[in-house]
Design a protein around this ligand. Structure first.
Ligand code: 5GP
Ligand code: MN
Length: 324
């Protein structure tokens, strides 16, 4: 597992048409990667399509090129290169996966330590705080000039994946890159308001539901949160509105880990797992068939909600006993 900007640059140099692909339930990092890469490849004269199975989050609607995301279902185009960005495993591509068979070559740029290196060319650094860090480096290797628009996309991924520059993964390189992004005239204040200091009405209503049912287990060391489909319906909310709610459970004094289980449309239960460093949850997620980062991971289990939560809680308690 290592960064390989030269290998990716070589794959790109041989390609005329590129499909840049984001993961399901997209976040700021995978969207920022795809949009920055799109602008960089366009600057190099490539034909670029960007794909994501799911709708992009409303709070990212200001990003340049976000309306260009295509749905994969109806795509009959062929591509010289399929490039996955911030996608920890091929399942996380969802139905974008079928475009792999329509592509001559495949590559990926990612930062998940659990990545199984599933492409022909892999540039993966499990220590990087955001995949957008690797995209910055990649665009530099490709000789693409850094513009304000590219900086906006990269800042989105870097800031959201570092918890606004606060997670333990945040390092000197993060700020060195940020310094370059700032020099392009990055509208930091406006963007950070949209990303971190404002939330939608649906999200606030959903927060009320989740807090009203919040419970603490293991002497307060584990916060457990749940959301049913009915909660989403009552609040007029979409899955994306639940995305950061788990932080409220984790950000409790004495809590070491947090679980958020939410019912998906198809009845499966989508789990978000979080831990305060040095506690970790990626191994728990992996044992449950998921994956992610040491302090932020996820998995999907079959319903019903109570049974799935009991399974995950038991695994978390066992982990807590082992690591103290
Ligand atoms: P979230 O809780 O925000 O959905 O996800 C946290 C992290 O865990 C993300 O980096 C995401 O890539 C990873 N993750 C979430 N769900 C899954 C899953 O089902 N499988 C894998 N491999 N990773 C996941
Ligand atoms: Mn990421």
């Amino acid at each position: 597992m290592s960064r390989n900007p030269e290998g990716i640059a070589h794959a790109i140099s041989r390609a005329e048409t590129v499909a840049v692909c984001s993961h399901i339930n997209p976040d700021g990092d995978t969207i920022g990667c795809a949009l920055a890469m799109r602008l960089g490849l366009l600057a190099l004269g490539k034909k670029v399509s960007i794909f994501c199975q799911d709708k992009t989050p409303d709070n990212l609607s200001f990003l340049p090129g976000i309306s260009e995301f295509r749905k994969p279902e109806t795509c009959t185009d062929s591509f010289d290169l399929f490039l996955a960005v911030d996608v920890s495993d091929p399942q996380r591509l969802g139905n974008v996966q079928h475009l792999i068979a329509r592509s001559a070559h495949t590559a990926q740029i990612d930062h998940h330590p659990t990545n199984p290196m599933y492409m022909e060319v892999n540039s993966v650094d499990g220590q990087a705080p955001a995949a957008c860090i690797l995209i910055y480096e990649q665009l530099k290797a490709l000789g693409v000039p850094l513009t304000r628009e590219i900086a906006m996309c990269l800042y989105t991924g870097i800031s959201t994946d570092t918890g606004n520059f606060s997670f333990s993964s945040t390092n000197a390189e993060t700020f060195e890159i940020m310094s370059h992004l700032m020099r392009t005239g990055l509208p930091l204040s406006e963007m950070s308001r949209a990303l971190f200091r404002e939330r939608s009405r649906q999200q606030l209503l959903l927060l009320g539901k989740v807090i009203s049912r919040l419970r603490f287990e293991a002497d307060g060391k584990i916060a457990v949160m749940t959301l049913r489909r009915k909660d989403f319906e009552d609040c007029g909310a979409l899955n994306e509105h639940a995305d950061t709610l788990i932080n409220f459970g984790l950000e409790t004094i004495g809590t070491k880990m947090a679980i958020l289980g939410r019912e998906d449309q198809d009845g499966t239960i989508k789990f978000s797992l979080r831990a305060k460093s040095p506690a970790t949850v990626d191994d728990v997620a992996k044992a449950l068939g998921g994956g992610g980062h040491p302090q932020a991971a996820g998995a999907q289990l079959p319903g019903p909600l109570e049974d799935a939560v009991a399974t995950v809680l038991a695994a978390m308690k066992e982990k807590l006993d082992r690591q103290g």
